[in-house]
Design a binder for this molecule. Structure first.
Ligand code: TMP
Length: 197
């Protein structure tokens, strides 16, 4: 089973992913908890490209290079019988790079382009859980240098979340309200996964 957790920065994905992994392990499943950008040198390069604010085309291509390798790794674990939990996956690229690219091209065209890159090595997850949170709230969990940067980031994340909501319909995401305490959010996620085991 391949599970993906998605959401804007500060939505709680990483914490929920860890909890879910512990839970599934305690039930005796082999679990591969992973993330994008990955912890490989390719993932490091991706993070560097974000920090240096490289143009959205090269950022998108780097995310896909990292993912192409990641997909091979995920497949190996699935073949081995593990449950794979990925903290972010291709929908992050659709939403974040979509939001960046729509400043220079139509969003629809950007999404088509991104989807075409993904197509030859696509590996669709069984379940995508989207943690939906008010971007102003999520910003409290994200470090930022100053108020203006925080404000701009919140505006950007709000747009990213709008695009995620469009994707949610197309790809049938489960949507979990992450504006609550962690325990409640986790319980909802656990129930979704329990039903599928
Ligand atoms: P992280 O905070 O989940 O480690 O992710 C780092 C940042 O990279 C985060 O702001 C989301 C962004 N990102 C993209 O823009 N596109 C992608 O495809 C992925 C995987 C992450």
């Amino acid at each position: 089973m391949f599970i993906v957790l998605e959401g804007i920065d500060g939505s709680g994905k990483t914490t929920i992913g860890k909890r879910l992994s512990q839970y599934l392990k305690s039930k005796g499943f082999g679990v591969f908890l992973t993330e994008e950008p990955t912890r490989t040198w390719m993932g490091m390069d991706v993070r560097r490209a974000i920090e240096e604010e490289k143009n959205p085309f090269s950022q998108a291509l780097l995310f896909f290079a990292d993912r192409a390798e990641h997909v091979m790794d995920i497949k190996k674990h699935l073949d081995f019988g593990d449950i794979v939990i990925s903290d972010r996956y291709v929908y992050s690229t659709f939403a974040y790079q979509g939001a960046q690219l729509e400043k220079i091209m139509a969003l629809e065209d950007a999404l088509l382009w991104l989807d075409r890159i993904y197509e030859p090595f696509r590996l669709d997850p069984d379940t995508v859980i989207f943690l939906k949170i008010d971007p102003r709230r999520s910003m409290n969990f994200v470090n930022s240098r100053d108020f203006r940067e925080k404000f701009e980031r919140a505006e950007f994340l709000s747009r990213v979340q709008d695009i995620y909501m469009m994707l949610a319909e197309k790809y049938d995401f489960y949507i979990v309200d992450s504006n609550r305490n962690l325990e409640e959010v986790y319980e909802d996620v656990r129930k979704i996964i329990d039903k599928q085991l």
